[in-house]
Design a binder for this molecule. Structure first.
Ligand SMILES: [Zn+2]
Length: 224
């Protein structure tokens, strides 16, 4: 029995590595943030969608004194069943200065759209479990610090994006894509996140290539 189980596991690993390459042991936090945080800017407006996938916490809190295994696990368990997005819509007016779209408007406006085009709306505050509501409040200062003055206009939203069996449709480690839309702006992610993947190597010149690329764009050869 054990033998068969091992064979099956080996088979699964093989298929996974063929599709996505390898996952990194040490993910660069800055690289990951660059990929999960998207801004759209013009002269009068700055719009943010900062998707916070569950694997972010372990990476962000590595080496941080508050990042004990227990704390990380607690955060991961609470957020596991949700898609968490931090959003802001900041208006820059030469005379009025900086104003931001309030939570009440953003919450009704923001949506997640899966690859089939199905829309998911942010859970109302009253529908959040008490531990989820508390966790969203607790993480706010961490992110507000990252954005300084603009931090006050940022709000956190939780979505349930699941199939009929209750499986999450958005997984940063699996192939897929999704959109976050709010404030007349579209933000799109393709998955898996490249920052989680080991770089590949082009065997023609040993140059490092992105982990989600299948072929070298310069030589056309398949990447390993
Ligand atoms: Zn090449």
């Amino acid at each position: 029995m054990r033998f068969y189980k091992n064979v099956i596991l080996l088979g699964l690993t093989f298929v996974t590595s063929l599709t996505f390459g390898q996952f990194k042991d040490n993910v660069d936090q800055v690289e990951m943030i660059t990929e999960i945080q998207k801004w759209e800017k013009d002269s009068s407006k700055m719009t943010l969608s900062f998707w916070i996938p569950n694997s972010y916490w372990r990476i962000a809190l590595a080496g941080n004194p508050i990042g004990t295994e227990k704390t990380i696990k607690t955060i991961e368990d609470i957020f596991e069943d949700y898609v968490i997005v931090c959003a802001a819509d900041i208006l820059i007016d030469g005379t009025a200065g900086i104003t931001s779209t309030p939570d009440s408007i953003l919450r009704n406006n923001i949506r997640v759209i899966d690859r089939k085009g199905k829309k998911y709306y942010a859970l109302a505050e009253a529908d959040l479990s008490s531990e989820l509501a508390l966790m969203l409040i607790n993480i706010k200062p961490m992110f507000a610090k990252m954005f300084g003055q603009m931090g006050s206009g940022m709000y956190f939203y939780a979505f349930e994006v699941k199939d009929k069996k209750g499986n999450n449709l958005i997984d940063e480690t699996k192939e897929g894509e999704f959109v976050v839309a709010h404030s007349n702006t579209i933000f799109k992610w393709r998955l898996p996140l490249v920052s989680l993947l080991e770089n590949k190597i082009c065997l023609e010149d040993n140059e490092e290539m992105k982990g989600n690329w299948k072929f070298c764009p310069f030589h056309g050869v398949e990447l390993k």
